[in-house]
Design a protein around this ligand. Structure first.
Ligand SMILES: [Zn+2]
Length: 255
């Protein structure tokens, strides 16, 4: 029986509202029995916290996501330390930089990312980092702050960037994109990287696997990611499952 952790699932998303119990039932049946749910902005911290209290196996992370930079206010940053302490956070997230979407204030993203990294270090919590089209600057910032640990979720960088992240104590979050045959670069990274830095994720409801293209993604679909990683590396799914669950449990101090 598999015992997997989906290390990145936005299960408080409105798209899961209509069939809540079934999502968790399908997930558990597939072997995905624990879920790390990162927040995106101040307005969903309560919902993420409520989910973690209501659902055994759900762990919460709190932070301010770079895509929603326009919504973040200084008072939200100021509230974060006390919120982390009072609400059983397993990580600070989702935080980071996004240079893909046009029109986002990148200077403001930098300020908010940096402050949240400092808060994570002060609270001895791992960080869940989003770095779309900005992996180089993410790595530079993680190195500059120092004393951090965490995961770069939906990693899509180079082998050299991956090595730099391992040196900084960072895992790679691998999800749906690796299941696409054209994803040569990330497949090469996943094939050659040390298993000790690998985490599995869905990013549900986004980034569905090749087998569920165009659908709403959900944690049960993470088995396709598991099987792709196992096949690429020439290892059994049990080996990948055991290693990635151990990695996730240690990083997030899951019970
Ligand atoms: Zn996310």
């Amino acid at each position: 029986m598999l015992d997997l952790v989906d290390t990145h699932a936005h299960l408080d998303d409105a798209s899961f509202g209509a069939d809540g119990d079934e999502i968790y039932a399908r997930s558990a049946q597939s072997g995905v029995r624990r879920w790390v749910v990162p927040a995106i902005d101040r307005s969903n911290w309560e919902a993420v916290h409520a989910l973690a209290r209501a659902r055994p196996g759900v762990s919460a992370a709190f932070g301010l996501h770079p895509l929603f930079v326009d919504r973040h206010e200084d008072c939200h940053l100021a509230e974060l330390p006390a919120w982390l302490e009072g609400h059983g956070a397993v990580a600070v997230g989702e935080i980071g930089l996004d240079a893909y979407v046009d029109g986002l204030d990148f200077a403001r993203q930098r300020t908010i990312f940096l402050r949240q990294l400092e808060i994570a270090r002060e609270h001895d919590l791992p960080v869940i980092v989003h770095g779309r089209r900005a992996f180089e600057e993410v790595i530079h910032t993680l190195r500059r702050v120092g004393g951090l640990r965490g995961v770069v979720h939906s990693f899509a960088g180079s082998e050299e960037q991956a090595r730099q992240l391992f040196d900084l104590g960072f895992h790679l979050g691998i999800g749906g994109p690796v299941t696409y045959e054209r994803a040569a670069r990330i497949r090469r990274v996943v094939t050659t990287m040390p298993l000790s830095w690998l985490l599995l994720e869905t990013d549900a409801p986004d980034q569905p696997c090749a087998g569920h293209r165009g659908e709403r993604n959900e944690p049960a679909f993470m088995l396709e990611v598991l099987d792709t990683v196992a096949r690429l590396r020439g290892e059994t799914r049990e080996t990948i499952a055991a290693a990635t669950t151990a990695n996730a449990s240690a990083l997030f101090r899951l019970s």
